[in-house]
Design a protein around this ligand. Structure first.
Ligand code: P6P
Length: 335
């Protein structure tokens, strides 16, 4: 593949050489346009009416930021009349989103977190959009919530955008991971890296250590050993990062290795984790696996878990394969 080609040229290449469905290519193009629009809104900061709270709470019980609502609407508008999708689901909407009556239904279900890391919005730190495409079950013209409850292995495409110094789109179609950067001069995403790969060993970990007292023993053991550094059982020093936005932390993991954890904790024993499976964990887990890493709950591959509800949460431990496997081993030895 030639670096410097546009996303559109890449998608045409995939249609010609890898039988990428034109409709699925259409979903990705529509999402790229939505991301460009969201990137513009994000860039306005205090100069636009985009900061602060929207005076509403979402299904998660979280205060919605104005940009949460704006980004959600932008993505809906870019897809609801495209003819590529059959229905959509989002972190910001309690139930699935059916297309306007009379609009052509496509073969795909689009799920997304329109703006991940919302607490970073008002302080101008990294935020992003996470999305994933699932097959609409054959013959289903009006999808219902159960049609979305598919394991992450069913994903046909997954990606995210990070709205940082540059707006970067990271994408997989199941044949490796590619990174595109938005060239604002021409309004195109340009291929800058392909075959992103996560080194098997890592020396960086990302976890919110203020939750230490709630962690299960295997996670405490792993982090304690990271803290012990070269003098400890791991025999090497580690570094810690925590961005407050999964998409930013996982972009670092995909870019330079390490591991990201938002594990199960005892604050709410019935709740398997904080992060949502269908539109946060599953897309990133597919990208991480496609980059040679591993994505686990600590006891099972995230991509194999069949969700029972649309907004189901899940424990997330993902990144460098050997680190994740070690954490899984600690879980196995601690029933
Ligand atoms: P905490 C953002 O709200 C998010 O869902 C993830 O993007 C992020 O990794 C996590 O929550 C941060 O959670 O408990 O550190 O604020």
């Amino acid at each position: 593949m030639h670096h410097g080609i546009t996303l559109s040229a890449f998608l045409h290449h995939e249609q010609r050489l890898h039988a990428l469905s034109p409709d699925l290519a259409g979903v990705i193009e529509d999402m790229a346009r939505a991301i460009k629009q969201i990137s513009h809104l994000v860039s306005l900061g205090a100069l636009g009416d985009v900061l602060g709270n929207a005076n509403a709470t979402n299904i998660q019980g979280e205060a919605q930021k104005k940009l949460d609502v704006l980004a959600n609407d932008v993505i809906l508008r870019h897809h609801e009349r495209s003819g590529h999708v059959a229905a959509m689901a989002s972190e910001e909407m309690e139930s699935i989103y059916l297309l306007p009556i009379g609009e052509q239904r496509g073969d795909y279900l689009l799920v997304f977190d329109p703006l991940d890391g919302s607490t970073n919005i008002d302080i101008n730190l990294s935020i992003g959009t996470i999305f994933s495409v699932l097959p609409c079950p054959p013959g289903v013209n009006e999808p219902r919530e159960p049609d979305f409850l598919q394991p992450g292995r069913n994903q046909l495409c997954a990606g995210y955008a990070v709205y940082g110094q540059a707006t970067v789109l990271v994408l997989t179609l199941g044949r490796g991971v590619l990174s595109f950067t938005l060239d604002r001069a021409v309004g195109e995403f340009v291929l800058v890296q392909e075959n992103l790969h996560i080194a098997d060993e890592g020396h960086e970990y990302a976890i919110n250590t203020s939750n230490w007292r709630y962690w299960d023993p295997p996670v405490r053991r792993y982090i304690e050993e990271c803290h012990a550094g070269a003098a400890g059982p791991r025999g090497k020093d580690f570094n810690m990062r925590w961005m407050g936005a999964m998409v930013a932390d996982c972009h670092r993991v995909l870019s330079r290795g390490g591991v990201f954890l938002y594990p199960h904790d005892s604050r709410d024993p019935q709740r398997p984790g904080k992060l949502r499976q269908i539109y946060e964990a599953n897309p990133i887990a597919l990208l991480v696996e496609q980059a040679g890493g591993a994505a686990s709950t600590g006891r099972a591959s995230i991509l194999d878990v069949v969700p029972q509800t649309l907004h189901q949460r899940i424990a997330v431990i993902m990144g460098a394969r050997d680190e994740v496997r070690l954490i899984e081993a600690y879980h196995e030895s601690c029933p």
